[in-house]
Design a protein around this ligand. Structure first.
Ligand code: SF4
Length: 112
C-alpha cells in the first residue's frame, strides 16, 4: 500500500513529465540520428519508477498498471524516436535518455 508521501511524490513526477508527453503528442517524433553517448534510462530513475518503466515488457507490474495490454512495447509507442533498427532509442517522456525497444511504461500511446 502506498503512503501519502509516496503518492504525492509520484503525482509530482507525473505532473512534471506530462507536459513533455503532451508536446510530443502534438508533433510526431522523427527518425533522427541518436546523439553519441546518450545514456540508457536507469530503472531506478525517479521518473522511470513513477511511470513503471521496464527494459523488458515481461517485467511490467500488471497489478500496479492494469491498463497495460499485451503487445504494447516502446517500439510501437508513438513517443519513441530514432532509427527503428536500434535496440535503444530516445523517448520524449524521458528526455536525454534511451529506452529499450522491448520496454514499456505507463505513458505508452499507440502509434497513429
Ligand atoms: S512506452 Fe512509450 S513513453 Fe513509455 S518509455 Fe516506452 S517509448 Fe517512452
Amino acid at each position: 500500500m502506498k503512503t501519502r508521501r509516496e503518492f504525492l511524490k509520484v503525482a509530482a513526477i507525473g505532473a512534471a513529465v506530462l507536459p513533455a508527453g503532451s508536446a510530443a503528442l502534438r508533433s510526431a517524433p522523427a527518425a533522427a540520428a541518436v546523439p553519441d553517448g546518450m545514456p540508457r534510462l536507469e530503472l531506478d530513475d525517479p521518473a522511470a519508477v513513477a511511470l513503471g518503466y521496464v527494459h523488458d515488457v515481461a517485467d511490467v507490474d500488471t497489478a500496479r498498471f492494469p491498463r497495460y495490454e499485451e503487445g504494447q512495447l516502446c517500439s510501437n509507442c508513438r513517443l519513441i524516436s530514432g532509427p527503428e533498427g536500434d535496440d535503444w532509442r530516445p523517448c520524449s517522456i524521458f528526455p536525454g535518455k534511451l529506452v529499450a525497444n522491448e520496454g514499456w511504461c505507463s505513458a505508452w500511446v499507440a502509434k497513429g
